[in-house]
Ligand binder design. Structure first.
Ligand code: C2E
Ligand code: CA
Ligand code: CA
Ligand code: CA
Length: 278
């Protein structure tokens, strides 16, 4: 709470307009959200090709007393601009590790938990230590955790990012490129950075049924990923036809509303849904 004081002053600048007002009330709300218990983490399952749940992605939710439910697409950028993403990101990481440990305790055979990481969070000096501590606290191995990074972030500071990625990989932590294909689509980093997973962006998956181009792009991403020894995840699978297509294309994991929506941990559907998600 203390750390934000300085930013507040600069925020109420004379150029404040309607958009600025909305943003400032969001910023104010977000400052109290963590301590006020308004932030929680929901989980969306990742399935293998047989429909078994193999992992889950942690997704942040903000139920604001003042603003109602705010989408992460709206508040994450504010959290990034204000630096609040650092404590919030640490909270998500710890929550996700705690939840994986709790599921394992219940006998659930989950391979790993996936956590989204913002650029500002990844570049903070002690990010690797934050990860190490979270794993230690919940007695997890590095391989139990997958961090989802974006191309945008990697391309911002390839050298610094490379060093941290190497440290994380040495711990066994898996590194996924989220929204693959929508960034600057520079492929050179894939030659040098220790990535383990490509997540095909849902815009491609959702275009599969109508667009032969989308089909060939996903096919090419799968081929590229596999040629590099990476796992490929298809996200945003909403229809049985899309599920059949991405399975045919040979992705390792699928994720999407068809087989499982994000929800509270106690509501995760463990049954899997087998063929076609019926
Ligand atoms: P993302 O990492 O690409 O997460 C996937 C988003 O797609 C989630 O939206 C999820 O609810 C949604 N989704 C999953 N399956 C489907 C589907 O079949 N169809 C459609 N249309 N959507 C699907 P959500 O939870 O609103 O999160 C939006 C974005 O906010 C995330 O995109 C991620 O970039 C960011 N985000 C969420 N939680 C965190 C977090 O803890 N830390 C950071 N840094 N970013 C987060
Ligand atoms: Ca993600
Ligand atoms: Ca994504
Ligand atoms: Ca996204």
């Amino acid at each position: 709470a203390k750390q934000g004081g300085k930013n507040n002053v600069t925020f109420y600048a004379p150029e404040m307009n309607a958009a600025g007002t909305a943003r400032s009330s969001m910023e104010l709300g977000l400052r109290g959200a963590l301590e006020g218990g308004e932030l929680r983490v929901v989980y969306q399952p990742l399935h293998d090709l047989s429909g078994q749940v193999r992992g889950a992605e942690a997704l942040l939710r903000w139920q604001s007393a003042a603003l109602g439910n705010v989408s992460p697409a709206t508040f994450i950028p504010v959290a990034e601009d204000t630096g609040l993403i650092i404590p919030i990101g640490t909270f998500v990481l710890n929550e996700a590790c705690r939840q994986l440990a709790a599921w394992r305790e219940d006998g659930r055979a989950l391979e790993r938990i996936s956590v989204n990481v913002s650029p500002a969070q990844f570049v903070q000096g002690d990010f690797v230590d934050v990860v190490r501590r979270a794993l230690q606290t919940w007695r997890l191995q590095g391989r139990d955790l997958e961090l989802e990074l974006t191309e945008r972030m990697i391309l911002r500071d390839v050298k610094g990012v490379a060093r941290k990625m190497a440290e994380l990989r040495a711990m066994g932590v898996r590194l996924s490129i989220d929204d693959f294909g929508t960034g600057n689509s520079a492929l050179n980093y894939l030659m040098t950075l220790p990535v383990t997973t490509l997540k095909v962006d849902r815009t491609f998956v959702q275009a599969l049924e109508d667009s032969p181009g989308a089909y060939r792009i996903v096919q090419a991403i799968v081929a590229l990923g596999h040629a590099l020894g990476l796992d490929v995840v298809a996200e945003g699978v909403e229809t049985p036809a899309q599920l059949l297509q991405v399975r045919d294309l040979g992705v390792e994991r699928t994720q999407g509303f068809l087989l499982g929506r994000p929800g509270p941990p106690e509501e995760l559907n463990w049954e899997g849904t087998g063929e076609g998600g019926k």
